[in-house]
Design a protein around this ligand. Sequence first.
Ligand code: HEC
Ligand code: HEC
Length: 406
Amino acid sequence: MQKTCLAFAVVALLQPALNLWASDASLAVFEKRILPILQASKPSSCTECHLSGVELKDYIFPEQDKTFAALVKADMIDLKQPEQSKLLKFIERRPEKPSLITDKVRVEEAAAFREWIVAAVKDPQLLKAKSTASVGPQVSDELIRHARKDRVLNSFAENVWSEVGRCAACHSPDKNQAQVKKFGNRVSWIKPRDMQGTMQNLLDSGIIDVDAPEKSLLLAKPLMQVEHGGGQKMLLGDRTYKQFRAFIDDYVAVVKGTYKDAKALPKLSQEVSQVSEIWLKIEGIPKSLDKQFLRADVYAKTADGWSKERVATGDRAIFGGGGLWQQHLTLTAPRDSARAKELLSAQKLAGGEYLVRISIDRNNRLAQDPNSDFTKEDVIGEVPVRTNWPSGYGAMTVVKLPAQTR
Ligand code: HEC
Ligand code: HEC
């Protein structure tokens, strides 16, 4: 009993000294380990998943007491179980395949904050600190979500990866030995079965140019705005161009943090698509239509007539010399439909009766305004066709341009 009293007395006597020691301890850690994070010019580990809008710096002020009070107020520090603090959980979030460098940064950041938080919650001086300042990102949750790497990858999947089948013969290392021999490894910008690697490669090699997006070689080469070993593979305003451009513009806005608010974010298209190996050929096209931009949309037969939404589409310039147009089809489906999920894996169209609706951009509207689209007025004819939609260049489904439109 007496012993305990004595112990209490000693502790009571020593308390001010202990307090002083606690604040010195946390302040020392703050200055040595947390302030450098605030002052660092290199990005924090957060940026491995958040391309913009979120930085570890957003959670630090130059003053220890202000930082602590604001973090407590934001529920980022758990006073009772400091090791369980939400801020530590944020920092310790790792991607499935983290980069080695970032992972090292992450371990250091977590250790620094763990040491500081554990010391800080024992500091009575800090516990008394009050703050009206708020910590955390300056932008809305919607913008944070949009700038997440997984979202950016989704956009790449829909807008670019779904199209690379068109470029693979010459740009995928499992198919392009001849091109590599002549032009070097640079020509292999596709990483087979590795979507994220391909995206990273396009960015690292500068084929997507973040500082001059519209000049990106990913657009300029297939458009033949600069000499391209593969020739013209894209027209200004065609679907591939629009998709590539949508990804590039959005990516640049995300990394540069130029979206002001959620209203500025691009709208998701109502349709998803996937390039296929199914070819469609239209014959009987007059020579006078040479080089005109033609789009063919395919509709399926349903119980109540032709489907409302197209099931496939193809767009390309007419080869007037041969009196024909041919292109492999891109399969399409309304977003969120059951068919949309099958598109990626199946890449097939069921055999049966279909309608091909043919449009021509007679006034070169799309070349002048690549954001514009074909309209009803551009439709020049419709042809029903019965086909099994075989795959491959050698097994095209062929239709004839209706006589009245020739
Ligand atoms: C491994 C990837 C990854 C890392 C690294 C990462 N985050 Fe996140 N973050 C996410 C995901 C996924 C979400 C959305 C889903 C969720 O909240 O669970 C998110 C959401 C957020 C949000 C939105 C609001 C909230 O409370 O969820 C904030 C703020 C945030 N993270 C901050 C950070 C900070 C700060 C860092 C670095 C210390 C960081 N994140 C590191 C993946 C990550
Ligand atoms: C028939 C073969 C072929 C096809 C198909 C093809 N290309 Fe190419 N491409 C080449 C060749 C050969 C080169 C190398 C010579 C050059 O730079 O033009 C090249 C170069 C490029 C480059 C420059 C690479 C670099 O960093 O130097 C880009 C970008 C490119 N192509 C994009 C595309 C896109 C996008 C598609 C698909 C829409 C495509 N290509 C389809 C043959 C092709």
